[in-house]
Design a protein around this ligand. Structure first.
Ligand code: NAP
Length: 325
């Protein structure tokens, strides 16, 4: 089969397509013939060597943590009824940039009727995260909600989830007019370009000076800090990444003085038993019901994985980025 391997940590060009043996299903596993592979911001961090060294695999390896496709073989102990089913699944961290993957049978999610596989893949890591951070934020009707990177994979879903939760005002912050236009189409009431120096003032003005009740911070750095400063009393600041490369610099003393809540969303929270499963299931159900519409912003052939990574790092992508084998 064709697969893309990472030979060493480095720039996108370290991702090279090769021929590898087809996987066989082990005990409790299925083989999925892959139709779509999700590329996440986290993949670019791993590839570049920015992920903590204790948790990163030793090269060479096939990157890729989420795929969708059709079950083509089942291993010992697996219900043969899974054969030919359309599924999405995680790979456990690596192995996804390939035409076939062998994965645990109990980790696959059937793709609901009416959804295509590409759309379902967009709801695995990014849908799980968007549903999860929204749950943790407990968005109440009428809340003013700020979404950073609002045209991105997680952000474009969060705009819709905040809208569906009855937010009083969904404020989408991103860089560039086409990203803001997308966020507006997805339901944002106010769009702000945080490439502009006065962006935080414009958010404050939009709320009539009241500030925001919920901030979803995935960018960090000075943008995340400005979002923190915009919080109203009792506001919730949900941190789930720092694509700028710098986490937000906030002290416990400030949190206490401002009376706000900071919620961190990361692997220990996602890893609670059954939690990730419930998040993916909810994302799929919301999409099947037509309430959540993932944006597939761009697709690349499998052998162009390097170009997909370069586009994400150049902030040139919107919504989900997929590789198609
Ligand atoms: N905690 C979790 O479980 C979890 C799970 C999934 C994702 N995440 C995190 O959530 C965030 C979004 O992930 P995603 O896959 O949906 O990515 P994404 O939002 O599609 O892409 C990242 C976006 O971040 C913005 N950005 C701001 N500064 C940037 C910089 N210096 N370099 C690159 N991008 C920058 C860009 O949007 P603008 O150009 O509009 O600024 C870019 O499009 C990432 O921080 C990721 O690590 C966390």
């Amino acid at each position: 089969m064709r697969a893309v391997r990472l030979r060493e940590y480095g720039p996108p060009e370290v991702l090279v397509q090769e021929e590898l043996p087809d996987p066989l299903p082990g005990v409790g596993q299925v083989v999925v013939d892959v139709a779509a592979i999700g590329v996440n911001f986290a993949d670019t961090m791993l590839r570049s060597g920015r992920t903590a060294s204790a948790t990163r695999p030793r090269p060479p390896f096939v990157p890729g943590n989420e795929v969708g496709g059709v079950v083509s073989a089942v291993g010992e102990g697996v219900d043969a009824g899974l054969l030919s089913r359309r599924v999405i699944t995680g790979t456990g961290g690596t192995g996804g940039y390939a035409e076939r993957v062998a994965v645990a049978a109990d980790g696959v999610f059937p793709v609901p009727e009416g959804l295509n596989i590409e759309t379902a893949v967009a709801l695995f890591a990014q849908g799980r995260t968007a549903v999860g951070v929204a749950r943790e934020a407990r968005i109440a009707p009428g809340d003013h909600v700020l979404v950073e990177a609002a045209a991105g994979g997680v952000g474009s879903l969060l705009v819709q989830i905040a809208r569906n939760a009855g937010a009083g005002m969904v404020i989408a912050a991103a860089r560039g007019t086409h990203k803001l236009a997308l966020a507006q189409r997805l339901g944002a009431d106010v769009t702000v370009d945080y490439g502009r120096a006065d962006w935080a003032d414009r958010v404050s003005d939009a709320t009539g000076g009241d500030g925001i009740d919920v901030a979803f911070d995935s960018v960090g750095g000075i943008i995340g800090r400005a979002a923190f400063d915009l919080l109203a009393g009792a506001g919730r600041f949900v941190v789930f990444g720092f694509s700028s490369g710098m986490p937000v610099d906030v002290t416990v003393a400030e949190v206490q003085r401002r009376g706000v809540t900071v919620i961190g969303f990361g692997p220990p929270r996602v890893g609670r038993p059954g939690y990730a499963h419930s998040l993916v299931s909810e994302a799929l159900a919301e999409a099947a019901a037509g309430r959540l519409i993932p944006v597939i912003g761009q697709t690349f052939p499998l052998d162009q994985a390097a170009a997909a990574h370069a586009a994400i790092e150049a902030r040139a992508t919107t919504g989900k980025t997929l590789l198609i084998p």
